[in-house]
Design a protein around this ligand. Structure first.
Ligand SMILES: [Zn+2]
Length: 117
């Protein structure tokens, strides 16, 4: 009777070991999935960082070219006014658009000098 109990205990213990082995297998799978997901997230994070840097540097380039464009607009405006003056018209506020009649105008020259700076 006593031996029978010991055998039962051993069988019971074996069952518990098998159950633990199954649980351990499931846990091992879980760890493997977690490691895979971590790897995927690291790769995605790296990809997003690279993409973000690209977008940010592109914005900087666009901003710089916008500033250059507005600078070009100003000097183009100056060129147009200077051309208008040398074609014989006032560009000063006093006589703007009227003919200089081949006379230099100090207001025009002062205005063009100021624009040229
Ligand atoms: Zn003038």
């Amino acid at each position: 009777m006593k031996d029978r109990n010991i055998l039962d205990t051993v069988i019971e213990f074996e069952k518990q070991l098998e159950a633990m082995q199954q649980q351990f297998g499931a846990f091992k799978q879980f760890v493997a999935i977690m490691m895979e997901e971590q790897q995927a997230l690291q790769t995605e994070n790296l990809h997003l960082r690279t993409r973000l840097e690209e977008v940010l540097s592109k914005q900087t380039v666009q901003k710089e070219s916008t500033e250059k464009t507005s600078h070009t607009d100003i000097s183009e405006g100056y060129d147009n006014l200077a051309r208008l003056y040398y074609e014989g018209y006032h560009v000063c506020h006093v006589h703007f658009g009227s003919s200089r009649k081949d006379e230099d105008c100090l207001f025009c020259l002062a205005f063009l000098n100021k624009q040229n700076v």
